[in-house]
Design a protein around this ligand. Structure first.
Ligand code: ATP
Length: 243
């Protein structure tokens, strides 16, 4: 095989858990290449959020390594990992409800490594999410769930991440808003962003992703191009409710 540049994000042999002797992730290998959208699928409790916590440095793995563009980050503190260029949109969105949309976005800019005037960043976010322009002075806590998701994504993008982690962005949203969220992800993918999308909503996630991994009880059970998994009879029966 030809030699390739290091992946944007790579997990190798990750073992992790919360209680000694009770592994939650076992031997997890996963990579996201520059410009790729990769989805990590799994049911409730499969270990998806745990994988996000390991990547962000909130949970130290018991074994294995996490690398960002070939540099090991698994020993670093969360703030240092953010500083290296990982941004996360956490499950449940968690916007600052008593701050305006624009203040929320500016908060994201604090993690920005350096350079570029915030105004330029804000303009770029408003171009990606025009709906936020008309709501820029509205308190984020009064926005709809879908709009809050836009703010949470915009806030993460303000940090100019090299890799964006999205933890179940469609969770708890009405079907129409779920479509809107996946449209946003497609837009970001079209701009060349590198994204790891953790989802239970397999069909929509596989539609926007280039590649996918399926996590079951802490182990990667399947992986491959999203198109292939979409037409895989076992995946269709277990995760898409068809077949
Ligand atoms: N702080 C914690 N302490 C102990 N066990 C935990 C903790 N957080 C998660 N777990 C356990 O780890 C396992 C994986 O949980 P995790 O949150 O990673 O799953 P998930 O795939 O993200 O599921 P969900 O979609 O429900 O969020 C579960 O059995 C869960 O109970």
């Amino acid at each position: 095989m030809e030699s390739k540049s290091p992946a944007a994000l790579a997990l190798t042999g990750i073992e992790a858990g919360y209680v000694a002797g009770v592994p939650v992730l076992s031997g997890v290998d996963l990579e996201v290449r520059e410009g790729e959208v990769v989805t990590l699928l799994g049911r409730n409790g499969a270990g998806k959020s745990t994988a996000i916590r390991v990547i962000c440095g909130l949970l130290k793995p018991n074994a294995g390594r996490v690398e960002l563009h070939g540099e090991r980050i698994d020993g670093l503190e969360p703030a240092a990992i953010v500083g290296r260029g990982i941004a996360v949109v956490p499950e449940g969105r968690r916007v600052f409800g008593s701050l305006s949309v624009e203040e929320n976005l500016l908060m994201g800019g604090f993690a920005h490594r350096r350079g570029i005037a915030p105004k330029l960043d804000l303009d770029a976010i408003y171009t990606s999410f025009p709906r936020l322009v008309e709501r820029r002075t509205q308190l984020a806590g009064t926005l709809s769930g879908g709009e809050q998701q836009m703010v949470a994504m915009g806030r993460a993008l303000m940090a100019k991440p090299r890799v964006l982690l999205l933890d179940e962005p469609s969770m708890g949203l009405a079907p129409m808003l779920i479509d809107a969220v996946f449209d946003m992800i497609s837009t970001l993918a079209g701009k060349g962003l590198t994204i790891l999308l953790v989802e239970q909503n397999a069909s929509e996630a596989l539609d926007v992703a280039d590649r996918a991994y399926v996590l079951e009880r802490g182990r990667i059970r399947r992986e491959g191009p999203a198109e292939r998994l979409l037409s895989d009879p076992e995946i269709r029966a277990s995760y898409l409710g068809v077949g």
